[in-house]
Design a protein. Structure first.
Length: 355
C-alpha cells in the first residue's frame, strides 16, 4: 500500500508526479531537482544510450500504419534504448526508421511486434550510422543510405569500428581468423584462457558484423565459438552507395552503403537473389546494381509469353515474323508503363547472402 510522504530516502520505493506530457521528455538517468533550489549539475554515472544498428520497419498492410505506431510507442515506454522516427519509402510506403543497440535487440523488437501486437512486418536490411565529412568541413551523420549527400560534395567517409572478441576451441583458430580477415578485420592479439580455449581480439567494421558474420562463425566452428563486440570509434574508409534498379527505377528500400572493394560482388549477389524471388511479369524486368550512374551488375527476369504462333499451322514465314514483332512491341510498351511487383521476401534476401 502506497502512502503520501514529504520525501523519499535511500532504500525507499515510491514515485513523484510531474507535469510530463510524453515519455520522450525524460530518460533513465535524469536528475530530479527542485525548481526553487536546482542542482548545480546532474548526478554522474549515466550517459545517453546511442543506437548502433538501424533498419526500416513497415507494415505489410499499409492500413495498419497507426497500429505499428502505437505498438512502437508502447515498447518505447519500457525500453528507452529503442529509437524510431517516421520515414517514407517509394517501394514500401509509410513506416519507421528504428534504431537498436545491436542485432539481438533488433530481432527481439521485431519478434515482440509480431507476437504481442499481431503485426505482419516488412523490414529492410540493417545498416549502421556513417560519418560523412563534406568538402566544406561539415560532419553529417547518415543512418539511411537514401540520405547520403551528393558524391561531389563528399570529402571522405568514416565507418564505425567494433572491438570484437571471439572465444573458440583452439582447433578452430584458423577458421575464425579466415572469417575475420574476409570481413576486413584488423588482428590485435590472441590469448589462451585454457589449454584448449582461445580468445581472439580483432577490430572489424560494424557493417561487416551485422550481415552474416555470426552465422558464418557458428557454421565454421560447429557452434562452439562465442562472440562479443562493442563500438570503439570511427575509421576513414572507401565507401560507396550501391543502388538497385528494377525496370530502370531505383528501389530505395534496397540501397546499401558498402566498401568499394565489395561493391561488385555484393551487387552481383543481390541481383542474382532478386532474380529468384521476383515473380515473372508480362514484360521483361531488368535488375541492375549501380554505383552512381555506372551499372556494375545486371540480371533479367524473363517475361511470360503467350504462344502467338499456336494458330499458325504452316503458312508464310513472314506472317509468323509479323506476329512475333507485334508481340515484341507490345512487351516493350508494357515495360515502359508497367510497375514491378516486389514481394516482401525480396527485401530480406539481401540479408541472406554469403559475402
Amino acid at each position: 500500500r502506497l502512502l503520501p510522504t514529504q520525501s523519499l530516502k535511500a532504500g525507499e520505493v515510491g514515485y513523484i508526479a510531474a507535469s510530463v506530457k510524453t515519455i520522450s521528455d525524460t530518460r533513465v538517468g535524469d536528475t530530479v531537482t527542485l525548481a526553487a533550489r536546482p542542482a548545480p549539475e546532474p548526478l554522474p554515472g549515466y550517459k545517453k544510450v546511442s543506437s548502433m544498428v538501424y533498419c526500416g520497419i513497415y507494415p505489410a498492410d499499409g492500413a495498419r500504419y497507426d497500429d505499428l505506431k502505437d505498438a512502437l510507442e508502447k515498447l518505447h515506454l519500457n525500453d528507452a534504448s529503442l529509437s524510431y522516427e517516421p520515414e517514407t519509402s517509394v517501394a514500401l510506403g509509410f513506416g519507421f526508421r528504428c534504431g537498436f543497440l545491436g542485432l539481438l535487440h533488433m530481432e527481439i523488437i521485431q519478434e515482440r511486434l509480431e507476437r504481442e501486437f499481431d503485426l505482419d512486418l516488412v523490414t529492410t536490411a540493417p545498416s549502421v550510422s556513417y560519418h560523412v565529412i563534406l568538402t566544406n568541413g561539415e560532419l553529417v551523420v547518415v543512418e539511411n543510405p537514401t540520405n547520403l549527400p551528393d558524391p561531389s560534395t563528399i570529402e571522405h567517409m568514416e565507418e564505425p569500428m567494433a572491438k570484437v572478441s571471439v572465444m573458440t576451441p583452439d582447433e578452430y583458430v584458423g577458421a575464425v581468423m579466415d572469417i575475420c580477415q574476409e570481413k576486413r578485420g584488423i588482428f590485435k592479439n590472441m590469448e589462451y584462457i585454457e589449454t584448449t580455449r582461445v580468445v581472439l581480439h580483432y577490430e572489424i567494421p560494424l557493417n561487416e558484423i551485422i550481415y552474416d558474420f555470426f552465422d558464418q562463425l557458428k557454421s565454421r566452428t560447429r557452434g562452439y565459438a562465442s562472440l562479443d563486440y562493442e563500438l570503439c570509434g570511427y575509421q576513414k574508409s572507401e565507401l560507396v552507395k550501391l543502388d538497385i534498379l528494377l525496370n530502370g527505377e531505383m528501389c530505395d528500400a534496397l540501397s546499401l552503403i558498402v566498401h568499394a572493394d565489395r561493391a561488385y560482388a555484393r551487387g552481383r549477389m543481390i541481383a542474382e537473389k532478386l532474380k529468384e524471388v521476383i515473380p515473372r511479369q508480362m514484360f521483361e524486368v531488368p535488375i541492375q546494381a549501380a554505383i552512381g550512374g555506372k551499372v556494375i551488375a545486371r540480371e533479367t527476369v524473363k517475361a511470360m509469353r503467350k504462344d502467338v504462333l499456336a494458330k499458325c499451322y504452316g503458312g508464310d514465314i513472314s506472317r509468323k515474323k509479323k506476329l512475333l514483332e507485334k508481340q515484341k512491341e507490345g512487351k516493350k510498351r508494357m515495360r515502359q508503363v508497367g510497375s514491378v511487383e516486389v514481394p516482401s521476401e525480396a527485401f530480406m534476401s539481401v540479408l541472406k547472402l554469403d559475402s
